[in-house]
Structure formats: C-alpha cells, structure tokens
Design a protein around this ligand. Structure first.
Ligand code: HAM
Length: 420
C-alpha cells in the first residue's frame, strides 16, 4: 500500500539547499556586527513557562492574547513555544545572576520563534530572528550603538531600500501624563467591546490596530512624543545626536508603539520598501521595567530582534546576494582508484587551510562530472588521472574564464588563494 506523504505544518519557514546557503549567509551577516561589538552568545530553550510571556510581553498584545502556541506538558504545566526572545533572555539573566557582574550584560541570540499568525508572504508561524540585548545601563549612547549595530547588519547585507523609524515611549511619568489624555480621547470615540477591553489594559495598543476604521479614528489621538518628561526628552535628544554622529539615518514615527508591552523610551523599527504588508525587517527598543516585572532587580535594558526570513526576502528583492558568496574554491574529478585516494588527501590538505573543496565521487564519466562541477558553481576544477599523479601536475581550469593552466599539485593552495 502506498503511504501518503507528510507535509510540513502550515506556515512554517524552512530552508533547503540552495536557499539554505543564502539563509545562512543572511543570518551570519546580520549578527556579525553584534559579535564585533563584544556581545556574547546566549542559547536558550524554545519553550518556557507560559507565565514568562503573559507577564513579560503583556496580556493586551496580539502576541500573547492570540498568537501563542501554548500547551500542557505531561506534568500538567502550561508551556509556550517562545514567540520572542527578550523575555527569555531576561529570565535567564536573572536565573543565572548575570546582572550581578559587569554591566551592561551584552548578549546575542539566534533561532526559531513561534507565533500562530495567519500565514502570508513574509509572515510565518515558525520564523527566525537574530537579536541582541544590552542590560543594565541607561546611557543613551548604548541606545544609539544598539540601533547602529542592527543598521550595520542590514548594510553589510547590501540592503538599501529600507528606512529606520524611531520614537520614544518615554518613562513612567511621560506615559502616565499621556495616558490621562489618551483615555479621555478614547472615551470620546465609539469602539466595539473587545477593543474597549484591550484599551483598558493598555490604551497604546490602539495605535497598533491594523483595522482601517481604527486607524481613521486614531488619527487625531494625542501622541506620547508630545508628553515626554524632561528626562525622557533629554535622553531621546542624546540618542538622536549620537545617531547623527554615527551617520545612521532615521525618520521619526511618533505613532509607533510596537507589538509588545514592555517597551519604554527609545523604540525603533526597520521597514523595507519592497516587502508589501510584512515590511518590518527588524525592531526593538528599551524595556526599563521588564527585569523587575520578572522578579529581578530594577535594571534597564535595550535590544533588537531582526527577522532573518524577511531580511532574506528583502535581499532577494533588492538582488544583493551574489551567488559567488557561497561557491566552492575547487572541484576535483578523480579518474580511477589511485586518483580517488589522492583526491581525498589533496582535499583534506586544502580544507585544513580553509578552502572549500568538493570531490566528484561515484566513478562518473568525465562529461557528467564536469557538468556536476559546473552546477556547483565551483571556481576551479581539476581532473586527476594517472598521468597527473605521475607528474604531480594538473590542469587547473578557471570556470569563469574557461582558461586552463598546467600547475603543480603542491602549488594548488597558493593558486587558489591568489588566482591564476
Ligand atoms: P518583533 O518586532 O515582534 O520584536 O520581532 C522582530 C522581527 O521579527 C520583526 O521585525 C520581523 O522581522 C520578525 N518577525 C516577527 N514576527 C514574524 C513572523 N510571524 N514571520 C516572520 N518574521 C517575523 C521582538 O520580537 C522583540 N523581542 C525584539 C526586541 C529585542 N526588543 C528588544 N529586544
């Protein structure tokens, strides 16, 4: 009996060759600037106690109220697949006492996240982020550096058609002053019951509502940016000054609230022009009360999460990933048993020196092996037969120009490095 094929669950992003090479390239490129700024890896579980997210991310958010993959484990505990990374990082920082040492604690992470959203282009139920968190300092220079690190990742990818939007959600005093006016404003508009309930938990959420009718009524709503306390204003002015100093361009978006409740002060989002509805390629901000909320001391923090799937889509749309970023340096075609043995050795030696080398296994005819070499996009090809072995000389073929030169096997390493 023929068995039915099993497919991947709906809406997950997965990467198989050749696209997985591009994915890996994007992921590594995006996080490299953070490593160069001294951020250290933190590797965390993909599932946590549900309460971490209800308390950390906030019950009024879509992420917590509608999008979490929550289930009971075999011990009857409520478990949730992580919808984002910041709450888990904070949990681990508190649990391992990392905040008792040198501040700021600077961490980076990379991995899968899960949100039960309606799948569409660029929106997945399992997706990938790289992110950083800098915990324990209030210095506006860190805000600017964190933003600049994200920007450097996108720039290193070669992306150009995106903009950085920033705002400040202020300190507790600013938000309290704004809330009074915002609640007054909301009381004057007609809303459905569910929206009124959401607004009661966090009225800022209405700025984030995607429905056209809500967008319309919120047009005249009071903006938090106009209610910043003196301290918040001064902090934000410094952030902008540092960004200008760093040459990081930005636009102000005073209506941005972001989809997670923990944000305070500087918040930002990177928006790409060619991605349609799912245009956010990364975002982040300060979260000054989060650590305390999760049972830790009262320390501030700031960080970002960059969407690897979306950055890859953006890179594709801008056609900035060149195939040559991934190809092998050398493809060896051995003819016969002795040549196969020698190929294995040559490949091992070159790989030890950092070269990417492939061998045509399987005793294929020369023509088929050449085709395979061509398909891999290898930079150079050598054919190794008895004559070549006897003389320790091979024809090194440059696959781009089609030219061949007779070279010593011993000098392959040097030639692969400097070119023919
Ligand atoms: P977020 O804005 O919810 O922030 O997610 C960050 C990025 O993840 C988004 O800009 C987007 O590129 C990507 N992303 C989110 N949801 C999806 C999805 N369903 N499919 C594909 N990509 C998606 C956070 O998660 C915060 N933890 C960031 C942060 C770190 N804030 C402070 N520190």
């Amino acid at each position: 009996m023929a068995h039915q094929k099993i497919k991947a669950p709906k809406g997950v992003s997965e990467y198989v060759p050749d696209r997985s090479r591009e994915f890996e390239f994007v992921r590594e490129t995006l996080i490299t600037p953070a490593k160069r700024a001294g951020y250290a890896l933190i590797e965390l579980p993909v599932f946590e106690d549900t309460e971490l997210f209800t308390r950390g991310v906030g019950e009024s958010t879509d992420v917590v109220s509608k999008e979490m993959y929550t289930f009971e484990d075999r011990g009857g505990r409520s478990i949730t697949l992580r919808p984002e990374g910041t709450a888990g990082v904070m949990r681990a920082v508190i649990e391992h006492g990392l905040d008792r040492g040198q501040l700021p604690v600077k961490l980076w992470y990379s991995g899968q996240f899960f949100r039960a959203e309606r799948p569409q282009a660029g929106r997945f139920r399992q997706f990938y982020q790289v992110g950083i968190e800098a915990i324990g300092l209030d210095d506006p220079a860190i805000d600017a550096e964190v933003i600049a690190i994200a920007d450097a990742g996108f720039k290193a990818l070669g992306l150009k058609q995106y903009r950085l939007e920033i705002t400040s959600l202020g300190d507790a005093q600013s938000r309290a002053a704004h809330k009074v006016e915002l609640v007054k404003f909301i009381a004057g508009i007609s809303l459905d019951e569910a929206t009124v309930a959401r607004a009661a938990v966090n009225p800022l959420r209405l700025f984030d509502d995607k429905r056209e009718e809500i967008k319309q009524v919120m047009k005249d709503a009071p903006l938090l940016l106009d209610f910043l306390s003196e301290a918040s204003l001064a902090h934000f002015a410094q952030v902008k000054m540092y960004l200008a100093e760093l040459g990081v361009e930005y636009v102000l978006n005073p209506r941005m609230v972001r989809g997670l409740d923990y944000y305070t002060g500087t918040t930002f989002e990177f928006v790409h022009d060619l991605l349609g509805a799912q245009s956010g390629i990364g975002g982040g901000g300060r979260y000054d009360g989060l650590m305390e909320q999760l049972g830790g001391q009262s320390l501030s923090g700031i960080g970002f999460g960059l969407g690897v799937d979306r950055a890859l889509l953006a890179a594709q749309a801008e056609e900035v990933i060149t195939h040559s970023a991934f190809v092998s340096d050398l493809f060896i075609i051995p003819l016969g048993q002795a040549a196969k043995k020698a190929s294995l050795k040559i490949a091992a030696t070159l790989r030890k020196e950092g070269k990417t080398v492939e061998i045509a296994f399987g005793d294929r005819a020369l023509k088929g092996a050449m085709k395979a070499a061509d398909k891999t996009g290898a930079k150079y090809v050598i054919v190794l037969g008895d004559d070549e072995l006897t003389n320790a000389v091979v024809d090194l073929k440059d696959m781009k120009t089609g030219q061949s030169s007779s070279v010593k096997i011993d000098s392959l390493l040097q030639l692969l490095t400097t070119g023919l």
